[in-house]
Structures are given as structure tokens and as C-alpha cells.
Design a protein around this ligand. Structure first.
Ligand code: GRF
Length: 212
């Protein structure tokens, strides 16, 4: 019996979504994806989900444009979908839309994001390019709980990767992505095992009782 019901929000390629699907199918992640929601019709992640028999929903932001508080109105629609599917944990996986308090408050402490840098370095867009521009010698990725401040929430897991002098942004992105695909399912599994305790801006990871 899956212990966590996931709702995954995507906008594109969906390789992190795939790593979560793979971890579940390999029996490494005690979770079930109830629904994948995209704000982009062409998101390849939608196809990935469908090919694994996972329900998908496309919500078109254009439909809400012009309405008062259109971003909030959009998130009310997303929230409805998540609730209908009994989602317990929301996974932002390459979701290129700023999430409003409508969702953040409803899923406080129950929404995760992954970012391709070692936060708090290089938040926002083009994190890998920022690392190259700064001449960073090490970069990586961060899984954190989502809060109102973009890329600012309590850090759950991080992985470091080297930055080489001749790296292109594609080289570095690919190296970071390999780590993303490892730590996102791990972080979700820690949540499934109820081992994550948020204390202010910190997340304590409780020891694994089954291996003690
Ligand atoms: C990843 O690099 C993730 O860290 C960032 O957006 C990218 C999404 O890739 N938030 P994918 O759609 O999961 O392949």
C-alpha cells in the first residue's frame, strides 16, 4: 500500500518525473503518482506519464488571463485537481510557473521543489549558467520544501558536482541532472518514511528506524 500520494507539476521535458516513476516501479519509492499537471500542452512529461498509465491534466494559463488575480485563480484550479486526486505531497518538477500562496498555504510542508544549484547560491533562472559565470568550482542540486520565496524553502537534500573549466552549460546541466534524478526520489522516500522534520528554516532527517 503506497504511503504517499503524489501530484507532480511540470512544464516540460519531465526527466525528474521519469526518475520518480522509475523509482516507484523499481520498488525504491513507496509512493503513487495520482496525477501529473502541466501548464504547457506540449510538455513531454505528459507523454511520459501517459505511457505509464498515469492520469494527466493540462491547465491552460491563457484561460485565466485577464481575470482578476489570474495567477491565484489558476492555482485554485490546480488545487482542485490535487484535492480531487487526494494528493498528499506536491512535487514541483521543472514547473516554470511561480506558485502563489493559494497552493503554498494549502500544501505547507507538503510541497517539494528541485533546483539545479547548491542553494542559496544561484536561485532563479539559468542556475547552471550562473555557476559558470561565477567561475564556481562546485555546483549541484537542491531538493527543498516550497515556500513563498522562490528557491528559498528549507533544504532537504543536496548533491554536489564538480564544475570543470571547459564545461559548457549543457555539460554542467547534464552532470547536475544525474544527481537530480538520484536525490529527488530519495527526498520523497524520506518524506514517505516520515523522517523529515521542519524546524524553522532547517529540515532534520530522522534516522532510519528499520535499519537501526
Ligand atoms: C531541472 O534541472 C530542475 O532542477 C529545474 O528544471 C529542470 C527540469 O527538468 N527546476 P525536467 O523537466 O525534470 O527534465
Amino acid at each position: 500500500m503506497a504511503s504517499v500520494v503524489l501530484g507532480v507539476l511540470i512544464s516540460g521535458r519531465g526527466s525528474n518525473l521519469q526518475s520518480i516513476i522509475d523509482a516507484i516501479e523499481a520498488g525504491k519509492l513507496d509512493a503513487r503518482i495520482a496525477v501529473v499537471v502541466s501548464n504547457k500542452l506540449e510538455a513531454f512529461g505528459l507523454e511520459r506519464a501517459r505511457s505509464h498509465g498515469i492520469k494527466t491534466v493540462f491547465l491552460d494559463p491563457k484561460f485565466y488571463k485577464g481575470q482578476p488575480n489570474s495567477r491565484e485563480a489558476y492555482d485554485v484550479a490546480v488545487l482542485d485537481v490535487l484535492k480531487v486526486h487526494d494528493v498528499g505531497l506536491v512535487i514541483l518538477a521543472g514547473y516554470m510557473k511561480i506558485v502563489t500562496p493559494v497552493l503554498i498555504d494549502a500544501y505547507e510542508g507538503r510541497m517539494m521543489n528541485i533546483h539545479p544549484s547548491l542553494l542559496p547560491s544561484f536561485p532563479g533562472l539559468a542556475a547552471q549558467q550562473q555557476a559558470l559565470d561565477w567561475g564556481a568550482k562546485v555546483s549541484g542540486c537542491t531538493v527543498h520544501f516550497a515556500t513563498e520565496g522562490v528557491d528559498e524553502g528549507p533544504i532537504i537534500l543536496q548533491a554536489a558536482v564538480p564544475v570543470f573549466e571547459d564545461d559548457t552549460v549543457e555539460d554542467l546541466s547534464g552532470r547536475i541532472l544525474e544527481s537530480e534524478h538520484r536525490i529527488y526520489p530519495e527526498a520523497i522516500q524520506l518524506y514517505a518514511e516520515k523522517r523529515l522534520v521542519i524546524q524553522g528554516r532547517q529540515v532534520k532527517v530522522l534516522p532510519n528506524r528499520s535499519s537501526a
